[in-house]
Design a protein around this ligand. Structure first.
Ligand code: ZN
Length: 302
């Protein structure tokens, strides 16, 4: 028996073990980094503000990116002035949520899945060193939603390739790509792989969305003069009531529609009690997290 070799081997093993334990402790303490790409300055806020509030409350880092500047998203105003207004709106929403936000200078209604745009998205994901990336499914009524979804989905593999956009270092760890909820059924309906109850942060979500007045109270691209009256644009108390009712309906319907997934993640009692939910589908072109990893990425289920 060669004692020296065994000892040397054991030493290497011990060092390796220490390194592994060290890095796993480090990864436990390291905040999660989540980046979400919406096509317009409201999409990520509408679909993810509840989870964003939950993540930030636990010290994790969240960033929303709007791939367009929203400059035609209103029935009465447009252009640079509208883009500025909408940037200010999402900045205020981000301030209320405690997250970061960025609005890309691409015209609303004009996102194309070009190589240049894919590189922009890949750089943003890498710079954020994302553990989770969330976007639209490329099956959606709005061409900007589809194209933003395509751009992000097509970056899923490329962010790990070192010689793709080599000016930004490739991501070395697993990144999970997810889709926001949508109601479309062609080519297949949305699958709620992950369902999160947002009951405890529902007011915080409303508070963030309340900052997006051009959309929620004035009706965005398809509003009219009548919308202003219907949504009580001038009356703060009535406005809050309108907002609360709309989002109780919207996120309440999601909870009812995906009750099975809520029960899967929270158990029978809590899953059935949940009133409002945000749900996500796992993109199959990137890392596939198992149940334990999903619980680490969404530390909300206990
Ligand atoms: Zn949109």
């Amino acid at each position: 028996m060669n004692f020296a070799r065994i000892t040397g081997y054991s030493l290497i093993l011990a060092t390796l073990l220490a390194t592994t334990i060290g890095s796993s402790q480090e990864s436990k303490e390291k905040p999660l980094r989540i980046i979400a790409f919406g096509a317009h300055p409201d999409d990520a806020e509408f679909r993810l503000s509840g989870c964003a509030a939950k993540w930030t409350a636990l010290g994790h880092k969240v960033k929303f990116v709007s791939v367009t500047n929203g400059d035609i998203g209103h029935w009465k105003e447009s252009g640079g002035a509208l883009a500025k207004r909408r940037i200010a709106e999402v900045e205020e929403a981000a301030r209320r949520l405690g997250i970061e936000v960025e609005v890309l200078d691409i015209h609303d209604g004009e996102i194309m899945p070009t190589l240049e745009n894919r590189k922009i998205i890949a750089r943003l994901i890498r710079e954020w060193d994302a553990d989770i990336v969330i976007t639209h499914r490329p099956y959606d009524y709005h061409p900007d939603h589809r194209n933003a979804g395509l751009l992000v989905r097509d970056a899923a593999f490329m962010i790990r390739v070192p010689f793709y956009v080599p000016d930004t270092p490739a991501i070395q760890h697993a990144t999970t790509f997810l889709y926001f909820y949508d109601r479309f059924t062609t080519p297949y309906p949305f699958k709620a792989d992950i369902a999160v109850s947002i009951d405890d942060v529902f007011d915080k979500k409303l508070d963030a969305i309340d900052a997006l007045a051009s959309q929620v109270y004035e009706g965005g691209a398809l509003g009219t003069e009548k919308t202003l009256t219907q949504r009580f644009a001038g009356d703060e108390i009535m406005r809050k009531k309108f907002l609360t009712k709309s989002w109780q309906n919207r996120d309440g319907n999601i909870a009812d529609k995906f009750r099975e997934s809520l029960v899967k993640w929270y158990g029978e009692e809590k899953g059935n009690e949940a009133k409002y939910a945000e749900v996500f589908e796992i993109c199959e072109y990137a890392h596939q997290p198992g149940e334990a990893e999903i619980k680490r990425l969404f530390p909300f289920f206990d």
